[in-house]
Ligand binder design. Structure first.
Ligand SMILES: [Zn+2]
Length: 110
């Protein structure tokens, strides 16, 4: 009985963990494709409109100089194709590694 509860807990934790990793990896690849599309369209000027006030600001800016809207530390990473690709591959690899590790639990063979 205790073994069964333990098994359910392990499966739930593993599923949440994998969903977070694959979700994060997916969002990285998604922003990479958005960046590539933007570059192909020639929209990759160094500027973007501020989400808060519409003022043209640098894509790598963490703060809007006009209204002070905070874009956080990750805005630079999400706007770089290479950074997105490397992080995406890394998280996907970690996710697959974890999936292989958890596979015996999912199959109920452990
Ligand atoms: Zn602004």
């Amino acid at each position: 009985m205790i073994e069964k509860v333990e098994y359910i807990v392990v499966i739930s934790v593993a599923t949440c963990f994998l969903l977070i990793i694959f979700g994060y990896s997916f969002s990285l690849f998604f922003s990479m494709f958005i960046n590539i599309k933007r570059r192909i369209r020639g929209e990759n000027s160094k500027l973007r409109p501020c989400a808060s006030c519409g003022h043209s600001i640098s894509r790598s800016a963490h703060l809007c100089p006009n209204c002070g809207h905070n874009y956080g530390k990750e805005s630079g990473i999400y706007n770089s194709i290479i950074a997105c690709f490397i992080l995406g591959v890394f998280t996907l690899g970690a996710g697959i590694g974890a999936l292989i590790e958890f596979l015996p639990d999912f199959m109920g063979k452990r």
